[in-house]
Design a protein around this ligand. Structure first.
Ligand SMILES: [Zn+2]
Length: 77
C-alpha cells in the first residue's frame, strides 16, 4: 500500500487509512474529505441541472415564444 503525507499534519499514512495515526484526521491519504467530495458532487449536479433546465427552457421558449408574441401583438377584438 502506498504511503502519502497526511493532509492535516504531513505524517506518512497509508492511502487506505481511515484516520491519521498522528493527528486523527479522517481520510488522511485523500486530498479532500468525503464530505468535501460529496459537496463538490452536489454542486456539480446542481450546476448541470441548472444548465439543462436553462437550455431546455430556452428551446421551449424558442418553440413557443413566436406564437405567444403573435398572440400578444394581435389587436383586441
Ligand atoms: Zn495527520
Amino acid at each position: 500500500m502506498p504511503l502519502v503525507p497526511c493532509r492535516a499534519c504531513g505524517q506518512q499514512v497509508d492511502t487506505s487509512a481511515e484516520a491519521c495515526p498522528g493527528c486523527g484526521a479522517t481520510n488522511p491519504g485523500h486530498k479532500m474529505s468525503r464530505q468535501q467530495r460529496d459537496l463538490i458532487v452536489t454542486v456539480v449536479q446542481v450546476v448541470v441541472a441548472t444548465i439543462i433546465l436553462f437550455v431546455a427552457g430556452n428551446m421551449a421558449w424558442n418553440a413557443v415564444g413566436p406564437v405567444v408574441k403573435q398572440q400578444m401583438n394581435k389587436p383586441a377584438p
